[in-house]
Design a binder for this molecule. Structure first.
Ligand SMILES: O=C(O)CCC(=O)C(=O)O
Ligand SMILES: [Fe+2]
Length: 304
């Protein structure tokens, strides 16, 4: 065989192709330990979820969880979605949680507002995506979750949590201010309910970018890990986005920039982070939530 023929044999051999693909993963440069991996190779990290939970890894940038065609379907349907479960926020809009805007504090939403529309919201999510988006998220998390089953929990009266919410960040509205998931565990009523069944401390965050901004909108990770926290930010009163960002402004950051269709799964419970302001004309839209191990570590509990 000539060298040329050998090369051709290599590139047409499915096994070889697989090996080339399996190298389509790399460590992301920066102060935290992130892996950039194609969704088809995710099963090479069967302990990934626990590795993040235990601090051996900080996050995955998972490429291509939604295809171009699936993103296009969402883009066509989303503008006509007239859900009641939707609230205007300083950064744009929230779908899936009816935030009490008179209070002006998303951390204090009423439990009945959270649960009463959740089943309808889950159905509507399937209609807007025209795929079982919830299942897609669960399968993606499941690929790195050993043999754990991924579940969306229910409350005492059998009402379900939402699996994820949709966050729309409009350009030049400041996007999502600095925060850390563990701080929410003590403040948000629906999360407090999960304390009995879930290992809340150190929960992971996930989101899929479903509408890509022209520029900006990066996930910025600060060089600050819970329980280290600025007193002014974890205090009882909720600060504005700007106030929160000002406090952390001088810290070193690592930025993660997904493309539309990519999913991020990371240690949002312990690493202080924000979404940087969105620039240009397009909104930045994500579907995301939280996930953590159940107390017996047999399940992964996911909610939005
Ligand atoms: O981009 C988003 O939807 C939220 C990012 C974030 O704060 C998180 O995933 O915890
Ligand atoms: Fe977050």
């Amino acid at each position: 065989m000539s060298t040329q023929e050998k090369r051709e044999a290599l590139t047409t051999n499915p096994r070889e192709n697989y090996q080339v693909e399996s190298m389509a993963m790399k460590k992301i440069e920066g102060m935290y330990n992130w892996t950039d991996v194609d969704v088809r190779n995710l099963d090479q990290f069967p302990n990934g979820f626990k590795d993040i939970f235990e601090g051996k890894l900080d996050g995955f940038l998972i490429r291509g969880v939604l295809s171009e065609a699936e993103l296009q379907v969402f883009k066509n349907n989303f503008p006509t979605w007239k859900t009641e479960d939707r609230t205007a926020m300083p950064f744009g809009e929230y779908y899936g949680k009816k935030v009490n805007t008179t209070e002006g504090n998303f951390q204090l939403l009423k439990l009945e507002d959270y649960f009463s529309m959740s089943d309808k919201f889950r159905t509507e999510l399937k209609e807007v995506f025209e795929i079982d988006i919830e299942r897609r998220i669960m399968e993606t998390i499941g690929a790195v979750a050993q043999s754990c089953r991924v579940v969306v929990p229910r409350n005492d009266t059998n009402q379900s949590f939402i699996p994820a919410s949709i966050r729309v960040c409009y350009p030049y509205k400041g996007a999502i201010g600095a925060h850390v998931g563990n701080d929410f565990n003590y403040k948000m009523p629906e999360i407090i309910l999960l304390d009995e069944i879930a290992k809340l401390e150190g929960q992971l965050s996930f989101f899929i970018l479903v509408e890509q901004p022209d520029a900006g909108g990066e996930l910025a990770l600060f060089d600050l890990v819970w329980p280290k926290s600025p007193e002014s930010v974890v205090g009882a009163e909720q600060l504005s986005n700007e106030e929160r960002n000002d406090v952390l402004e001088n810290l070193k950051t690592m930025n993660i920039q997904p493309r539309a269709g990519d999913m991020i799964l990371f240690a949002g419970g312990r690493i202080w982070h924000r979404v940087k302001d969105v620039e240009g004309e397009n909104n930045r839209t994500t579907i995301g939530g939280f996930a953590t191990l159940s107390k017996d570590e047999k399940e992964i509990i996911m909610w939005g």
